[in-house]
Ligand binder design. Sequence first.
Ligand code: ATP
Ligand code: MG
Length: 382
Amino acid sequence: MIEFRAVHKRFANGTTAVHDLTLSMPAGGITVLVGSSGCGKTTTLRMINRMVEPTSGTIHVDGRDICSQDAALLRRSIGYVIQQSGLFPHRTVLDNIATVPLLLGWGRRKARTRAAELLETVGLAHDAGKRYPHQLSGGQQQRVGVARALAADPPVLLMDEPFGAVDPVVRTQLQDELLRLQKELDKTIVFVTHDIAEAIRLGDRIAVFRTGGRLVQCATPAELLARPADPFVADFLGAERGLMLLSLIPLGDLPRRPVPEGGRWELVLGPGRRPKGWRDRSAGDGDGALLPVRPLRDGDSLLSALNESVGSPCGLVVRVDTEGALTGVTSREEVHDRAGTAHASAARAASAPPEPAPRAGDHPPVADPAPASAPGTTGGAP
Ligand SMILES: Nc1ncnc2c1ncn2[C@@H]1O[C@H](COP(=O)(O)OP(=O)(O)OP(=O)(O)O)[C@@H](O)[C@H]1O
Ligand SMILES: [Mg+2]
């Protein structure tokens, strides 16, 4: 647990970067800091490893006031990843990763063995270890940055826009990797980003700051999307916040029905009853021209179902089991109805006592579906 209590940071030039910040960042969770440029995210992060000292207030990590600890030792117990990876250009990748273990006196052999293990952990090939940072792509360099931060197995990881400079596809891969790693490693992570979709995807809790270093709201992604604290937060989340909320809700028990017999569209199956595509019976051209289908599993999100339902030629969402075999179809209307009630439940849940953030794929739904006419149903509408 990282706890800020009434923390204030005013730089020598008079700029207040952080204003009276009281915030708890739970152990074993990802807390994401978001907000417009210059609102104090980096300053907040850098106060945790004492690269910046607060003007007043206290910061505790696992119950200990960080000011009572030696700053250099504290820094070695906290991993730090920045946007341009911050690797030493004249050291090999393996030596870069081994930096902190060497500083901690592990000995060269043990440090390099650990570095080689970490290469694999972050999804890099063994031979990448012998290269220099400039011989890797931007995405690969970020992976090395993450490996280096994890090298001494610190309980806390600070990440300042670590994936900000890579293209969207690589960024998604790096996010997936981070979520996979976090499941195994259970670190306390503080993650800064400008990208609200990234915050929603990664955060267990999201802290929204406004200019002047003022914290406006700290909540789970679902709470934030369903009940932004004020118009500033709502604006910051953007016009698609209703859709973003659906990305957090798994399909789960949405009804599944047999594929309708007859009609214009036939679902063509391949081996193992795997859906191949939709065939237009009225076109009469056999299996030749299939319209693509992207079958969904129960852990996929309501947003992907909505997307499928508008893309499907007959408005049916195709469902499969974990092996990819057909289990049934769900109509566009059923998806839309569930999307509406999910908003209502999320808004209600957001006004109830806080609960852990649900996430499509590995958590139960936000809340039980509620009738569309329930009070407060407009709370989460986009
Ligand atoms: N060393 C410093 N001396 C004076 N002012 C500073 C210093 N570091 C940061 N600031 C100012 O403090 C404010 C907060 O800066 P900070 O870097 O924390 O913002 P940020 O939210 O990380 O912004 P960005 O999203 O652009 O990275 C800004 O107004 C910045 O100009
Ligand atoms: Mg910054």
